[in-house]
Structures are given as C-alpha cells and as structure tokens.
Design a binder for this molecule. Structure first.
Ligand SMILES: *[C@@H]1O[C@H](CO)[C@@H](O)[C@H](O)[C@H]1NC(C)=O
Ligand SMILES: *[C@@H]1O[C@H](CO)[C@@H](O)[C@H](O)[C@H]1NC(C)=O
Ligand SMILES: *[C@@H]1O[C@H](CO)[C@@H](O)[C@H](O)[C@H]1NC(C)=O
Ligand SMILES: *[C@@H]1O[C@H](CO)[C@@H](O)[C@H](O)[C@H]1NC(C)=O
Ligand SMILES: *[C@@H]1O[C@H](CO)[C@@H](O)[C@H](O)[C@H]1NC(C)=O
Ligand SMILES: *[C@@H]1O[C@H](CO)[C@@H](O)[C@H](O)[C@H]1NC(C)=O
Length: 397
C-alpha cells in the first residue's frame, strides 16, 4: 500500500467544503487513489466522504456509471452492497484493491459474478485466462460460486492466489470454500508436492491416506509451506508424532511454520526446543496468530528446558507473544535485559502486564535524558500507568 496516498493526509490538507465545485472531480479522483482501509474504524468519515462524492458526481440511486466508479476508485471499498450489485461491473476492478470486504459486500460480489453480467461472463465459461484476470478477487469466493466452476479452474485459482503472497488466512479461506476431490488422487510424492496447487484436490481423508510418513519426513519444509488447511495440518502433526514419539526436536520444529499453530498443549509439552532459533521460528508471525495458552506453553517450554530466564534475545524472539506470559514471568525480567530491547511490541498486553514491565523498564532507562525516556517508555504505558502518575509529567505521554 506504500504507493497509495494516505486518506488522512488528503482530508487534512483540503476538506471538500473548500473545494470549488468544478474542481471536485479531480479532488475525488485523487482521493480515490488513497487507502481507505485506514478509515475502517471511521464509519462516519466514510459516510461524509461518500455524501460529498455523491454531491460532486451527481449520484442518486445505487447504480453508479462506469465514469462514477472510475472517479470513486478505492472509495468503492467503502460502498454498501446495493451499490456493488447494481453499479457498472467496473466496480469489480476497484474492489480488487480493497484490503478486506465485509460479509455483505462479499455476498454482493458473488451475486454480481454469478449473474454473468460482468467482463468475465458466466462463471461456467471461465478458463485459465479468466482466472489470471480475476486473480485476487477469488479470495472472496464462497462455495456456491466455486461449485459452478470446473475442478481445473478452481485448482488454477488456488495456484494463482498462492503466487500473490496473500495472507495465509485468506488462502486458507479459499481452500476451505473451494477445494474438492480430484478424480485422480494417488500417493503423494516429491513431484506432487512441487506442484503450485498442492494439496488442492485431496480431501483430508485422502491426504492422510496418501501421505506416507517417509515422504513427509523427507519433504517436510515443502509440505508445511504449502498446506494451509487446519485439518490437513493436524494430520501432518499426527504423523510427525508417530515418527518422533518422544517429541519433536529443533530441526523439525523449525520447519513447522503455520502447522505449529494446530499443536495441542500436550504436543507442545513434549517439544524439545533447545535453541533460540527454534523459539524465533515458532514465534514468527508469518505462521499466524498463536492461541495465548499455546504461545505461553511454547515459551515456557523453551525456558524450562534450558533453565533459562526471559532475556533480551528471548524477548526479541517472541515479539508480541510476550503478552501471552503471566505476570510472575514478566516480573522476573531483569532491568539489563529490558535495556537491550528497544520498543517491544506490547500492544496486546493487559494494563497489568504493562505495569509489571513498566516497573522494570523504569529502572532500565532511568538514566536516559528526559526526552528519550518518554519515547522509550511509550510502549510500557497503559491507562493505569497514566492514572498512577496523574500528578507527574508522565500524564503527558
Ligand atoms: C502407495 O503407498 C502405499 C504406502 O506407502 C503403498 O503400499 C502402495 O503400494 C502405494 N501405491 C501405489 C499405487 O504406488
Ligand atoms: C474424501 O473423498 C473420498 C472419496 O470421494 C470419500 O470417500 C471421503 O468420505 C471424503 N472424505 C472427506 C473428509 O470428505
Ligand atoms: C527430547 O528431550 C527429552 C528429555 O527432555 C529426551 O528424553 C528425548 O529423547 C528428546 N527427544 C528428541 C527427539 O530429541
Ligand atoms: C536453574 O538456574 C538457577 C539460577 O541460574 C539455579 O539456581 C538452579 O539451580 C538451576 N536449576 C537447575 C535444575 O539447573
Ligand atoms: C503462570 O504460569 C505458570 C506456567 O505456565 C503456571 O504454572 C502458573 O499457574 C501461572 N500463574 C498464574 C497466576 O496464572
Ligand atoms: C521510576 O524511576 C524514577 C527514577 O529512578 C523513580 O524516582 C520513580 O519512583 C520510579 N517509578 C516507579 C513507578 O518505579
């Protein structure tokens, strides 16, 4: 999104009231290139902007012309479903730029596509070329739309989406909605795994049946990189537990990626996490969010196996997962460790967790000059802290 203007900037530098009527189209054209996802919590702002745009472009009713859609640009991401369903289908092109659509917007996109009244024609006629053209829009496909597509078209969508480097959650949603059994499943081999669409076409029963444990062991990285469905990931872990009954070791754990997130607390209690690289790799946010209890189990397992404490290397490795630890653990972090961690991500910590860390950080950084001190202490400050220091300078932070 780096190339997009910030919507905030545009709004601050020249509000609509100050724009001459004859200039308003270029104003909205420019605004249409902004990233509207930053306004996701500002519904009122979106309404105001769209009302101004309606006034400028003479929009009445819910059928926008291609010209109006073109001028609105990324503002299409904020439109309610009736506009999506009734406007010129060019609106689909604009919706490709949206970070996320609401459920009702998604339903409207499906209806529009299913109607066949778009540049892409009736879904039953889609081919590989259509797939390339629609590409990112497929993250919104639901099973009712996918069921009208041929197996090869669906599989192609999966490969195309994978190449787009979209968030794993979206790829998983597509897989869940659109995967179906291929007529020709057979034993999984290195060649099967290398295909961009793997494991599309296998259902979970077949994946379990056709994935030999030796093949899994020899191709673990390639498999965990491609499998996004949690039921398939559970199958992978079950097989690994068969191969390594006394617990997974560092080498294996470092290759799990998002598959690690489906482990049970019981699995985690047997993991041999002996080096910091393994902790870093397990905590990598690219693997998805951890359930707090599991994250805590992983970190505590690492600490207890080596009789370690939470030092700066560990704090850096766990990132925002530090907020899954309980207060007694956070209180034991020493001032020297915290001193080596600039700007920890404490955004998901509770006030109580922040307070525990604040007390240590206050010691770590007490010799900083006042300006730097307030910068450095910023992550540790929650509402409670401001309350505690109501009568001191801290309130200004
Ligand atoms: C598939 O793999 C299983 C288990 O490894 C093996 O017994 C079977 O013969 C294989 N089938 C084919 C068709 O290669
Ligand atoms: C997977 O497909 C096979 C063959 O069509 C079927 O017997 C089995 O029930 C399916 N499993 C699931 C989980 O859908
Ligand atoms: C994991 O560590 C336990 C001891 O904590 C040991 O018994 C086991 O052999 C180790 N397993 C592996 C795979 O290294
Ligand atoms: C763990 O470390 C602490 C402090 O470094 C030490 O006092 C304790 O004996 C160690 N425990 C084990 C089981 O090694
Ligand atoms: C803190 O965490 C440890 C280990 O996960 C747990 O045994 C203990 O009960 C927790 N304490 C509290 C107060 O939650
Ligand atoms: C923070 O540190 C300063 C200077 O060392 C000290 O006066 C103050 O009491 C500390 N505050 C807390 C909450 O520990």
């Amino acid at each position: 999104m780096g190339h997009m203007l910030s919507v905030m900037c545009v709004c601050v530098c020249c509000s609509y009231e100050k724009i001459q009527k004859e200039n308003c189209r270029s104003y909205f054209s420019a605004l249409g290139r902004a990233d509207f996802s930053v306004l996701s919590h500002g519904l009122d702002k979106k309404t105001i902007l769209f009302n101004d745009a309606k006034d400028c472009l003479g929009i009445s009713g819910v059928s926008l012309t291609s010209y109006q859609v073109e001028v609105l640009g990324n503002m299409a991401c904020t439109l309610n479903p009736s506009y999506i369903q009734n406007s010129h289908p060019l609106i689909l092109e604009k919706l490709k730029n949206c970070g996320d659509l609401s459920d009702s917007q998604i339903t409207a996109v499906q209806s529009l596509l299913l109607s066949g009244n778009t540049a892409y024609g009736n879904p039953s006629t889609w081919n590989e070329q259509t797939v390339e053209q629609l590409s990112i829009l497929a993250v919104y496909f639901k099973s009712d739309l996918c069921n009208t597509l041929s197996f090869n078209v669906r599989r192609k969508f999966f490969s195309v989406l994978r190449k787009q480097k979209i968030p794993m959650k979206k790829l998983r949603t597509f897989f869940t909605e659109c995967n179906s059994e291929s007529a020709t499943v057979s034993n999984i081999t290195a060649v099967t795994i290398a295909d961009a669409s793997f494991p599309f076409g296998f259902n979970s029963t077949q994946f379990d049946l056709y994935l030999d444990i030796a093949v899994l062991q020899n191709n673990l990285a390639a498999i965990t990189e491609k499998v996004v469905d949690t039921s398939f990931q559970t199958i992978i872990l079950n097989k690994l537990n068969q191969i390594y009954p006394s617990g997974l070791n560092d080498g294996v754990l470092q290759l799990l990626g998002s598959t690690s997130r489906v482990a049970t607390i019981d699995d985690i209690s047997k993991w041999n996490i002996t080096i910091i690289d393994t902790l870093s790799s397990l905590m990598d946010s690219n693997g998805g969010l951890w359930e707090p209890e599991k994250s805590k189990a992983v970190i505590m397992r690492y600490l207890s196996m080596g009789n370690r404490s939470l030092g700066s290397a560990e704090i850096n490795a766990v990132g925002s997962n530090i907020c899954t630890l309980n207060i007694s653990v956070l209180e034991n972090i020493n001032a020297e460790s915290l001193k080596e961690v600039l700007f920890p991500d404490l955004s998901s910590c509770t006030i109580e967790q922040k307070s525990a860390l604040y007390i240590t950080a206050n010691t770590s950084f007490s010799n900083q000059r006042s300006k730097a001190y307030y910068q450095i202490m910023r992550p540790y400050l929650g509402k409670t802290i401001i309350h505690i220091h109501r009568n001191t300078k801290h309130t200004q932070v």
